[in-house]
Structures are given as structure tokens and as C-alpha cells.
Ligand binder design. Structure first.
Ligand code: COA
Length: 420
């Protein structure tokens, strides 16, 4: 008995940890999404939007997703907003009420989500839960970031806040540096080459050339992508997403409300989110991001689907190596085979498994807090057949993957046209 009492705190902790794990697994495996629809989606142009403020970009995206889409603003019940570091980039905190007021939505409950480059997707996931639970019928999800108001050095320093300050950023590790390390690991383990990564960039710029909302609407040759202007070896200028301004917005509704707004809603049928250690030193493998693998597994399980059922993917290609790794982590290709898929044209717009059909972060731009929402905008537009020259043929189901930092936070959603 004495032994039991002495050990009781440990036994209680053990049971609590076991129950917590059991709860996570239970939610992971048994909760179907049945009531969440995207009924409209829009983005501003991405790029260096000189003279356009944070609130103006936000307001433009919201107007496009609401009144321009025939959805009265008075129908919106709450707002979920992704934004990473406006404090450091435009010296503005407490942005949710400010942005809503400027967008003509004053008074609504609004919360800003900050999860580095995954801020947009974690805002979307919170909105999914709010609709799915029946708490709200119609909500706004929006993401925004204004990055070009500061120098590249200042933006690099601000972005580094998404890494572990004690062990990484304070000793000079930046995001190009972090992904350079991941690239070296992939090269050593699988033989991936600088040219393979450059081919991801060539594809991104080709797709973005026909996307009028992209920061870079210009095709590049492989030779240009290989220009040895190293940012963090082996990553060169064209391996990096740029520093960008932009905003994106979605309206999510329940099934009942969706019918009021559109004949062709897009359903979110699976969602997953996971985290991993911030610090690269605590990772056993730098050629895969465990949070991406875990979040994908959850989303596929919830949707009852597999990678083979996905017609295309929109993944977080903040650097070209990140797209190659993501294509493996979401299960499109076996570990180490992502680069070969790029070389073989499988991930091209007209390939068997198109990835980033409208250009990705690399060429469309990466205003960090807006990116996760913009990815959902791309999936929505592709699924309803509104992608113009960037249309993926014969598609009805797709996966989106958005991560923050070096993949320490990852959100994956699976979406399907409602008429399927
Ligand atoms: N891809 C292609 N072209 C780019 C580019 C990019 N990522 N970034 C800038 N350019 C172009 C500019 O348009 C400009 O072209 P121009 O001379 O024809 O007008 C030229 O390169 C120089 O632009 P500049 O803004 O001076 O470049 P920079 O050296 O200040 O910044 C990077 C380049 C790559 C360092 C910067 O874009 C960067 O830091 N990217 C990574 C951002 C990041 O880490 N995001 C978070 C990811 S987790």
C-alpha cells in the first residue's frame, strides 16, 4: 500500500498521459467531416504591393469573397484570421478587430491565429471546427501579411522568429539556411541534385506565368534557375519563395446555408494537424517532416481516402526542396522518389499528379499569414473549374498542405467537389 501511495503521482501521470494519447487517437480516427463547405474564395494579387496597406489588402480579399460573390457581409457570423508577424513588419498588433472594422465587419467575434507560415491554415481549421460543431453557420476565414515594407534583412530576421530562438535564430540560422540543411540531407540520402530542385522552380514559374495574381508571371529556363546566386548553399535565388504582400479570403458554411450561395460548393472532407520539435537538433530525420506525415495520415483517415485518390496537391513550397519533401510526406511518392517525379513531369500541370498547378509559393509569392488561405483558394478554384489555363483536367478531389517554420506545425486538408 505504501509503495502504491509513494508511486501514486507517477501512476496518475502515466494514466493521464495514456488517456491523452487515447483521446488524440480517437479523434484522429472517428470524427468524419460532413457539414463544412467552401462557398466562395478569393485572393488579392501577390507581390510587392507598393502603397497598399495591410488593412487595404485584407479588405480587398474580403470584398471579393463576400459582396463580389453575392454573399452579404451581414450573413458572416465570425472571422478567423491568419497573420504571422505584423508587429515586426508593420508595427501593428491586435489586428483582428482592426482588420474587421476596416473591412466593414465591425462587431463580429474575430480571432487572429499565429502559427508562422501555417497561420492561414490553422485559422481555416478553427473555422472548420466552428461550422462542423454547429456553433456557426457562416464564417469568414482570411489571411494577410505585408512583408515588403521592410528590407530583406529585416524580413529575414522577422521570419526567423518561427525557429527556435535559443538554439537556432539567435546564432544566425535563417530560413534559407534551415531549408539548405534539409536539402543537403536529401541530397546525401537520396542523391537529389541542385538541378532537380531547379526543375521545381522551372515548373512553378511556368504555372505562374498564366496566373495573373502571381508575383512572378514569367517562365524561366533551367539554365536561369541554375544561376549560381547562392542564398544558402545549395539553395539559390530561384530555389526560394520571395518576400511578398497579399491577402486571401474564404467563406465557409454549413450544408444548409451553402445552397443559398452556390450550386457548386467544395466540401472539406478531411483535416489533420500535427506538430514536431521546433529545433532541428531534436529531429532524427531531416529528409521528412513528421508533422506533415502525421497531419496527412489524419486527413486521409478522416476522409476515408488515400493518396491515389487525390487528383492534385497544393503543397508548401517555401523552398524547392520543401516541395520535393512534401510530395513524399503526403504519400504521393515514396521517400526519396519526389525528385524523380519532378524530372519525369509527373508533378507538372498535365502530369499524373500535378503539384501547385497555379505556381505555388515559389512563383506566386508567400505573404506568410495569407499562404494557407490562398492554398485553399487555389484548391477551390481548381475543383469548381475556375482555374482558366491552369485548370487540372478531370479533377474532383485534392489535398492541401501548409506548414509553419521547419514543419513544426502542419495542417493538411482534403477537399472534394460537393457533387461527387
Ligand atoms: N525568386 C525569384 N526572383 C526573385 C526572388 C525569388 N525568391 N526574390 C527576388 N527576386 C528577384 C527580384 O524580383 C529582383 O528582380 P529584378 O532585378 O529583375 O527586379 C531581383 O531578384 C533582386 O530582388 P531583391 O528583392 O533585391 O532580392 P533579395 O536579395 O533582397 O532577396 C531572397 C532575395 C531570396 C533573399 C528573398 O526573396 C528571401 O529571403 N526569400 C526567402 C523568404 C523566406 O524565407 N520565407 C519564409 C519561408 S519559410
Amino acid at each position: 500500500m505504501v509503495t502504491f501511495i509513494n508511486n501514486a503521482p507517477f501512476i496518475i501521470v502515466f494514466i493521464a498521459v495514456f488517456m491523452a494519447r487515447a483521446t488524440v487517437e480517437e479523434v484522429d480516427s472517428t470524427l468524419p467531416l460532413t457539414n463544412t463547405n467552401i462557398v466562395s474564395a478569393a485572393q488579392t494579387k501577390f507581390g510587392a504591393l507598393q502603397g497598399v496597406t495591410l488593412r487595404e489588402m485584407f479588405s480587398e480579399a474580403v470584398d471579393k469573397a463576400t459582396i463580389h460573390a453575392g454573399i452579404p457581409k451581414k450573413d458572416i457570423q465570425a472571422a478567423f484570421i491568419g497573420s504571422f508577424i505584423p508587429e515586426m513588419l508593420v508595427h501593428q498588433g491586435h489586428t483582428a478587430p482592426l482588420l474587421l472594422d476596416f473591412a466593414g465587419l465591425k462587431g463580429l467575434p474575430a480571432t487572429r491565429h499565429e502559427d508562422a507560415c501555417a497561420s492561414g491554415a490553422t485559422a481555416l481549421r478553427a473555422a472548420i471546427m466552428a461550422i462542423e460543431s454547429g456553433f456557426y453557420d457562416t464564417v469568414l476565414v482570411a489571411g494577410v501579411e505585408k512583408m515588403t515594407s521592410v528590407s530583406t534583412n529585416k524580413a529575414t530576421e522577422a521570419l526567423a522568429a518561427a525557429a527556435d530562438d535559443q538554439f537556432e535564430s539567435s546564432i544566425g540560422l535563417t530560413f534559407p539556411g534551415v531549408f539548405g540543411i534539409a536539402a543537403v540531407a536529401h541530397m546525401q540520402k537520396y542523391g537529389t541534385t541542385e538541378e532537380d530542385m531547379a526543375l521545381v522552380s522551372v515548373k512553378a514559374h511556368k504555372n505562374a506565368a498564366t496566373n495573373p495574381l502571381a508575383q512572378f508571371q514569367k517562365e524561366i529556363t533551367l539554365e536561369k534557375a541554375m544561376t549560381p546566386r547562392y542564398v544558402a548553399w545549395p539553395l539559390k535565388l530561384f530555389d526560394c519563395s520571395p518576400i511578398s504582400d497579399g491577402a486571401a479570403a474564404l467563406v465557409l458554411t454549413s450544408n444548409e446555408k451553402a445552397k443559398q450561395y452556390t450550386d457548386l460548393p467544395v466540401k472539406i472532407i478531411g483535416t489533420g494537424q500535427a506538430s514536431a520539435s521546433m529545433n532541428l537538433c531534436d529531429r532524427s530525420d531531416l529528409t521528412s517532416f513528421s508533422a506533415s506525415v502525421d497531419a496527412s495520415r489524419q486527413a486521409y483517415k478522416m476522409a476515408g481516402l488515400e493518396p491515389k485518390d487525390m487528383d492534385f496537391a497544393v503543397v508548401h513550397d517555401c523552398f524547392t526542396i520543401a516541395e520535393i519533401i512534401a510530395s513524399e510526406d503526403i504519400g504521393f511518392f515514396k521517400p526519396g522518389e519526389g525528385a524523380k517525379a519532378v524530372r519525369d513531369g509527373i508533378t507538372a500541370l498535365d502530369g499524373d499528379k500535378p503539384i501547385n498547378p497555379m505556381g505555388g509559393l515559389k512563383a506566386v509569392g508567400h505573404p506568410v499569414g495569407a499562404t494557407g488561405v490562398k492554398q485553399a483558394v487555389v484548391v477551390y478554384r481548381e475543383l469548381i473549374g475556375d482555374a482558366g489555363p491552369n485548370q487540372v483536367a478531370n479533377n474532383d478531389t485534392a489535398i492541401m498542405h501548409n506548414f509553419g517554420g521547419t514543419g513544426a506545425t502542419c495542417v493538411v486538408n482534403i477537399m472534394r467537389r460537393a457533387d461527387i
